[in-house]
Design a protein around this ligand. Structure first.
Ligand code: ADE
Length: 229
């Protein structure tokens, strides 16, 4: 998979992709992420990327020309499965959307800033608009990093133990069960016996039941229609 990200604040995206799982995905050749500075596609001395909104009102709007130049230059190199715009008025991101996007080859993500982008950018180029929740960030960069992380970790081979993504919370509409590690006893707090038993079938049953119990307690909405209510 290849992900291109367009931003006016490339520094915000340097950290997330140079550590841990995302770094390993790149080293293994399973996912590449390239960050593009929108200002490199602006013209004039000021390298202007935003301007006042027609009709007035507070806040600047990202201009179409630099964005169009950037997207069209990137399209010379690859065909994108989706051109995504990160925006609080987009479709709310969730695990099924992450699963679907993890199967794509090439994604382009545009990060909004200020009051957002000129509507004509959305009309002309954008195929998918994603929000990571009902709150407003100061830009789309952190949201793009969240989406890229959730997608890349699902690519087969990125996680050491491939099954571990399948047992994540939200796959199967269930939250993950509680987990424990050494010591088996801490200040009188013990680990459920079954987990120490070595009996795989019993452990698997316990984990499933604990998942259902936890989901009922914390997120009963996830169980609607599953038969586990
Ligand atoms: N940009 C600003 N807020 C955002 C959000 N909640 N989701 C995606 N992009 C955003």
């Amino acid at each position: 998979m290849h992900i291109d990200i367009i931003t006016v604040v490339p520094g915000l995206l340097e950290g997330p992709f140079s550590h841990s799982i995302l770094k390993r995905a790149e080293e293994k050749g399973l996912a590449t992420v390239r960050v593009h500075n929108l200002r490199d596609y602006a013209t004039g001395k000021q390298k202007q990327v935003d301007d006042y909104a027609f009709g007035g009102g507070a806040g600047m709007v990202m201009m179409i020309e630099p964005i169009a130049r950037c997207i069209e230059a990137l399209q010379q190199e690859r065909t994108y499965d989706e051109i995504i715009y990160m925006t609080p008025d987009g479709e709310t991101f969730d695990q099924p959307m992450a699963n679907t996007l993890s199967l794509k080859q090439n994604l382009l993500i545009l990060c909004g800033h200020y009051k957002g982008v000129d509507q004509r950018v959305r009309d002309k180029f954008i195929t998918k608009e994603i929000s990571i929740g009902d709150f407003v960030l100061s830009g789309g960069e952190l949201a793009a990093a969240v989406v890229a992380d959730a997608i890349i970790r699902l690519i087969p081979g990125v996680l050491n133990d491939e099954t571990s993504a399948l047992t994540d919370s939200f796959q199967d509409n269930l939250l993950a069960p509680p987990v424990y590690t050494r010591p088996a006893e801490y200040e009188g707090m013990t680990v459920p016996e079954v987990l120490l038993s070595g009996h795989e079938a019993k452990i698997s049953d316990w984990r499933f039941e604990a998942s259902v119990r936890r989901t009922k307690e914390k997120r009963p909405d996830l169980l609607k229609g599953t038969g586990w209510e």
